[in-house]
Design a protein around this ligand. Structure first.
Ligand code: ITT
Length: 202
């Protein structure tokens, strides 16, 4: 079976290859099928909406079963911000380093035990032949560090997010282990039986 991973990011496709290794599927990224330039705007106000928008649009455009995800970091002391707006928090012209610094400054007065946060990831899988849509979610609980520690190999908010049960932030956790405990890894695990069901219907 073939499955389109609806992202222009080849790193994400490789991550899904590992996370869905138990399924008899061959994965394609948007670039592999000539849709690398097709952009679907994330106009939703929830992760669910954005994941669904992307999965349905790319399934329609490609004729393939398409998997899309959306994720974000939800900080309790900031009423859930940056949340669905994580990728553009503070404005489009900021770097990710600027965004991490902004978050830390907003939490400056917040004590260690009130810095709880979680990464959420929602996966949507759309089948263009019968319109079937399946959704899966993964959550990774943790807290925001007092300061950035960028010694590792992470991206996004990794250098300031410490997952529950760990002493170090995400950027220090090896990829295979991060895939096991992360929001995206957990969402992918939850998506496996849904993908199996969806493929049986084709
Ligand atoms: P697509 O190209 O696939 O749309 P994206 O940049 O929109 O990717 P996501 O929806 O997965 O990425 O995530 C939104 C933002 O949340 C992303 O820009 C990161 O800043 C942050 N983020 C998501 N997952 C993360 C992780 O595992 N570690 C650190 N930051 C993460």
């Amino acid at each position: 079976m073939e499955l389109l991973i609806a992202t222009g990011n080849p790193g994400k496709v490789r991550e899904y290859e590992e996370m869905l290794a138990t399924l008899p599927v061959k994965l394609f990224g948007l670039r592999d099928i000539g849709l690398g330039d097709m952009d679907v705007e994330e106009t939703g106000t929830t992760l669910e909406e954005n994941a669904r928008l992307k999965a349905q649009a790319y399934a329609q455009a490609s004729g393939m079963i398409a998997l899309a995800d959306d994720s974000g970091l939800f900080v309790d002391a900031l009423d859930g911000a940056p949340g669905v707006y994580s990728a553009r928090y503070g404005g489009y012209d900021l770097t990710m380093a600027d965004r991490r610094a902004l978050l830390l400054s907003q939490l400056q007065a917040i004590s260690v035990d009130a810095r709880s946060a979680r990464f959420r990831c929602v996966i949507a899988v759309a089948n263009p032949t019968n319109g079937e849509l399946q959704m899966a979610e993964g959550v990774c609980e943790g807290h925001i560090a007092q300061e950035e520690d960028n010694g590792g190999a992470g991206f996004g908010y990794d250098a300031i997010f410490i997952p529950a049960g760990y002493a170090q932030n995400f950027s220090h956790i090896p990829p295979a282990e991060k895939n096991r405990i992360s929001h995206r890894g957990r969402a992918a695990q939850a998506a496996v039986p849904l993908l199996q069901k969806l493929m049986n219907h084709t």
